[in-house]
Design a protein around this ligand. Sequence first.
Ligand code: ZN
Ligand code: ZN
Length: 357
Amino acid sequence: MPNLRVTLLREQLAQSGGQAILVTNAVNRRYLSGFTGSSGVVLITADHAVLLTDFRYREQAPLQAQGFRVVEHGAEMNAAVAELLMEWKIDTLLFEDQDVTFAAYTVLGKKLPSVKLLPSQGIVEKLRMVKDDSELAIMQAAADLADKAFDHILGYIRPGVTEASIALELEVFMRSHGAASSSFETIVASGERSALPHGVASSRIIERDEFVKLDYGAYYQGYCSDITRTVVVGKPSDKHREIYEIVREAQQYALDHLVPGMTGKEGDALTRDIITRYGYGEYFGHGTGHGLGMEIHEAPRLSLTGNVVMTPGMTVTVEPGIYLPGFGGVRIEDDIVFTDTGIRILTHSPKQLIVLD
Ligand code: ZN
Ligand code: ZN
């Protein structure tokens, strides 16, 4: 069965002028080969697709890496890579310059004195930006799991419980419903702490009349979901309501207007312009969204500097926020995928201001 991802990578390889590419990044290795082991590299040429790994994966690797020849390397993996390249008479090798350490680069250079090593940046990541139907089905399931967890946690949040216990409850719920883990360290930030955009859960006890901001996701079958909802425990003040409704309006406006063909920067402006118009621009200090998939943060980005043009199959978050130091903050985040004509929203948890008593 031809591996479409390998075929697409070969097209990129041909354009780059390299004869072979060594994929050392663990996520990229899994993306290309399906191999979930903890160690190994992928080597691709126009004619060869090889997964090199060690004896621990003697049985697992051939089962998972469809369309790959599996080579078991000895004590020195780079020696095995060098041997194959010599056998194939390769003289230019692309490597992933964001992943290969200087030490590994030096070893490769010594093992391959006649091979020209060419740094390459983000070749596989570029392919990973556009999800296929099988990936989107998994991401939808990961998003569904996050939605179910939100519904569950609403019954748990009350004055007197700690942020950490809310985070644990989310984790237990997601894992007992199929997630391998959380997709990142769960953020539960209450009261003044909700003004911290990335306030991971602390021992702080939830009080009355304050925000509780939850940002979490499920890591499911190799893919991430990522959702933020902000609720009020007790009675919301006018200020709570004001900034909540501005963030909600900005987020909804972006969901209504994001279309393929936009740049990341144009997507970012959809939320930023509204928050700025209400006078809170300086309190929205991060991008509108980020790509997500096998990693929680990946390309492309909806940000002030985002120059990637959105195309169907790209998955990003939409997560504007307002953070007022000393008071609190609001963020609302959904996961979306670009379609041929617009977007499809993956997360569906309610967004009207939820007040828990
Ligand atoms: Zn998030
Ligand atoms: Zn996010």
